[in-house]
Design a protein around this ligand. Sequence first.
Ligand SMILES: [Zn+2]
Length: 431
Amino acid sequence: MFFLSIGMFYPSYPDKERWIEEGFRCSGCNVVLITLDALRSDHLGSYGYGKDTSPNIDGLAAKGVLFKNSYSNAPVTSLSLPSLMTSHLPRQSFHDFRYYENSDSWLPMYYINSSYETLSEVFQRSGYKTAVFFSNPFVRITNSVRGFNKIYENIHVTDTRSDADLIEMAQKSMSGSKRHFVWIHLMSPHAPYSPPYPFNQTFYGHNGYSESTNHTVEEMNANNGLMQQEIDFAVSQYDGEISYADNEIGKLLDYISMQGYLTDTLIIISSDHGESFGEHDLFMDHGELYDTNLKVPLIIYNPHANKYEPVVMQKVSLIDIYPTILEIVNLDQSMRLEGRSMVPVILGKDRVAKPVVSIAELPYTLYRLDPDVYPRYFSFAIHHSDFAYLNVGKVEELYNLTSDISQKDNLFDKKEEDIIFFRKLSKSIMI
Ligand SMILES: [Zn+2]
């Protein structure tokens, strides 16, 4: 019964023959950007996950372009979203100190300063109606709300159900709107994992583990003798949150379809960073530079497309989204950005791969644990060719992405030439 109700939300996709444009253009189209907080790509069906967490997202991916190797430029929201909105890596240039009201001390926060033109500002000056919907306070704290005519926040970080409200409000804002750029940042599946019924039971129940013994995220982070069963339960609730968010996205897609917007709406789905479930001793959290925290989904649905590769393998990152959208909808692309348009690889053209850079700046979890004991220092990862190179406070790690996807075998001592290559690359990238 439950799955039948989900099925009702599958949108009816338009007949492409009537809407095709040359290549991958969608000139003057509406744009809907949906980001899910802490969604790692390998927990979606379209990225090969064994559980049916995301039928609506998968349905969109089947009609669009799926980027297999898409990375976040930072493993935390406060650095990642400014990168997405500015197409610049999170460096010192938009660094600022802001007081985070839920904390009792000053914390370094990234805050987009006036030297950057945000993606939403480009839409705004191009005559679009712009609107943002979110429940993660970092969207506002980082000034990622700049350039939006309508700003709607529903700050209930611990209540995933705020996502339904965000979707509903986004729908209302689209109603009767001519040309719109809408960004919805859903809080799911970010911790604490507490999907509403029936999603809390969708992926759990096979082992008799009781929900009443569900540990808090803090307990899980402390890893006080966690049983595998407890981790499995947490993952089932994380997956339940994905399923809940996917169901809400299905409602949105259905609404867009019913309003007749689907023929003129470019839809992008991605995430700000991933999540770890014990990999590299990080439990139900993110902030480190391993692929569990950096590999995020990226799906682009373009109803006007008549030529595209359904699956793109070249490595891309969130800073590439800004120039890609502008090229597809045919707006001003004259600004200097660090990202580059993905349209050439979408069209199947060969081009030189560009290293993907992700910056954590500080070993987030340790710093948060005790800022006095663990000082801040620059840390980053570079994904290039077959390798992931990590430089965490000058401790270097190197992993082969093809033969060691779980990044267990650090090749630092075995690949001297590659380490030298990445050190040189680091210097040119990090200036
Ligand atoms: Zn986040």
